[in-house]
Design a protein around this ligand. Structure first.
Ligand code: GDP
Ligand code: MG
Length: 248
């Protein structure tokens, strides 16, 4: 009878309301060689200067470099849902002739955040809202000038995929022709399989038919080709963020 009704069928709605009100954290780390446009891409996506890119306006200007792992948080709101987005910019690889161990600080950073979260969660007097600094995703920038994965990429990707969701992207993809990009994408896909490097999105037992279709269409696109710019160009009277080339 109705007296037996406890009401846990409304729990998901209650949780959802709380969750939406509180908002959530989404933390993304940028990894790759220096000069691959990491800082620029983030500025392009979020159209504000979240992180300083190294772009120079004159040849005399000194290059600004990301010299340490630096998280920058900004709150975004869309349709009443709040996201505290943290972008963790990292110093690029490849500045030294010897890149051995260049990934160590990045892996340590990711693991440290996991450990800190667990520690907070295990405290008897647990905070009601744990500030989640765990790294939810990693954008890994591939050099468009290489012919495929380099030994350093393989090494770093193997370690990164053990600790976070990795999304490989082709940096500065405007520097390739469409044909070059197709070939590069295919090669990267093959090499990821060859080296048994699993990148996002991963197959899951829980996926329904719809998820499966969506994920496989996303998988076709990986690695995503990206272009960043901090310049606003006038195209027939309309200001657009873009890059101007001899060809267009
Ligand atoms: P980071 O070291 O990976 O953070 O690289 P930066 O964002 O500082 O960019 C390095 C240089 O590459 C700057 O001069 C940028 O203007 C340029 N750059 C950034 N993104 C792109 C891109 O998508 N295409 C091209 N052609 N150049 C880019
Ligand atoms: Mg940078």
């Amino acid at each position: 009878d109705s007296q037996d009704y406890v009401g846990f069928d409304t729990i998901t709605q209650q949780m959802e309301r709380k969750f939406l009100k509180r908002g959530f954290n989404f933390n993304v780390i940028l990894v790759g060689e220096s000069g691959m446009g990491k800082s620029t891409l983030v500025n392009s996506i979020f159209s504000s200067h979240l992180v300083d890119s190294q772009g120079r306006r004159t040849a005399q200007e000194v290059i600004r470099k990301t010299t340490e792992i630096s998280p920058v948080t900004q709150t975004l709101e869309e349709n009443g849902v709040r996201v505290r987005l943290t972008i963790i910019d990292t110093p690029g690889f490849g500045d030294q002739c010897n890149n051995e161990g260049c990934w160590v600080p990045v892996i340590k950073y990711i693991k440290d955040q996991h450990a800190a979260y667990l520690e907070r969660e295990l405290k008897p007097q647990r905070d009601r809202v744990i500030n989640d600094t765990r790294v939810h995703a990693c954008l890994y920038f591939l050099n468009p000038g290489s012919r495929g994965l380099r030994p350093l990429d393989v090494e770093v990707l193997k370690r990164l995929t053990e600790v976070t969701n990795v999304i490989p992207v082709i940096a500065k993809s405007d520097s390739m022709t469409v044909e070059e990009r197709t070939v590069f994408k295919r090669r990267i896909k093959e090499e990821l399989v060859f080296h048994r490097i699993a990148v996002y999105p991963y197959p899951s037992e829980e996926d329904g038919e719809e998820d499966r279709l969506l994920n496989s269409s996303i998988r076709d696109l990986v690695p995503f080709a990206v272009v960043g710019s901090e310049e606003i160009i006038d195209v027939n009277g309309t200001p657009v963020r873009g890059r101007r080339h001899g060809w267009g």
